[in-house]
Design a protein around this ligand. Structure first.
Ligand SMILES: *Cc1c(COP(=O)(O)O)cnc(C)c1O
Length: 231
């Protein structure tokens, strides 16, 4: 992030870097969706981004996202989508379904059960990514790569959940190249049981170009566009 640059400049710079990373790996920039993560920034920033052309926004806490999404909806007529990217407590599912069209962090069976129940009850569809646990520690959140196909069978049985693919966050202090390679392999394993679930949500401000080189189709970029988070 360049200090002193404007939001518009940072947004355009990110689009340019996505374009370059896509072309460098023989892919099309159109095949990569930019999700601007707006956590810790006010609705006014989302409104500015809408004017700049952004249409997909990410949030990781329902308490913050629910009022922000409502504010944006009442202040703008531009169609847009909210992506929930953070750990989701089951008791927040109903609230998140009111504004989010996709969930990137489906990380456990109990959450899947609640999502199935509430999407059926509200007759609402939801795009989902299975979040991978790349730490090797089964006690940590997320589905271990070797269990992704088995977990996917459960997700596929939920009529209103549309399984898009896998999501991963590269660990701190780990070579991102290796992490994104593991995510890509998990994606291949998933597609054996769910051929349509070919999307990969991976890459953040520090590593999105590496993620794109390894097949990411959805990049979740915060600070590189929004600047430092405020609160
Ligand atoms: C905050 C967040 C991002 C964006 O992170 P930056 O480093 O600010 O780009 C992406 N994904 C998730 C899950 C996040 O919580």
């Amino acid at each position: 992030m360049t200090q002193g640059s404007s939001l518009a400049e940072r947004y355009e710079a990110a689009l340019g870097r996505i374009q370059t990373a896509a072309v460098t790996s023989g892919r099309k920039a159109d095949d990569i969706k930019l999700i601007v993560v707006t956590k810790n920034h006010p609705a006014s920033l989302v409104l500015e981004l809408l004017e700049l052309g952004a249409r997909d926004f990410g949030e990781n806490r329902d308490q913050e996202a629910a009022p922000k999404a409502a504010d944006v909806r009442s202040a703008s007529t531009i169609a847009h989508d909210w992506h929930f990217v953070g750990q989701l407590q089951s008791n927040k599912v109903k609230s998140v379904l009111k504004y989010a069209s996709s969930l990137h962090s489906l990380d456990r069976e109990s959450l899947l059960a609640e999502l199935n129940k509430q999407t059926e009850r509200l007759e609402k569809n939801l795009d989902v990514f299975i979040e991978l646990n790349l730490t090797g520690d089964p006690g940590r959140g997320g589905i271990q790569p070797q269990h992704v196909a088995q977990f996917a069978e459960l997700a596929l049985a939920a009529p209103r959940l549309n399984l898009l693919g896998v999501m991963g966050v590269a660990g701190l202090g780990v070579e991102p190249e290796l992490e994104f390679e593991r995510i890509r392999l998990a994606s291949e394993a998933l597609q054996v049981v769910a051929p349509q679930a070919r999307f990969i949500s991976a890459g953040m401000s520090e590593d999105f170009e590496v993620a794109i080189a390894n097949g990411a189709t959805h990049v979740r970029i915060g600070t590189a566009i929004t600047g430092k988070r405020q609160y």
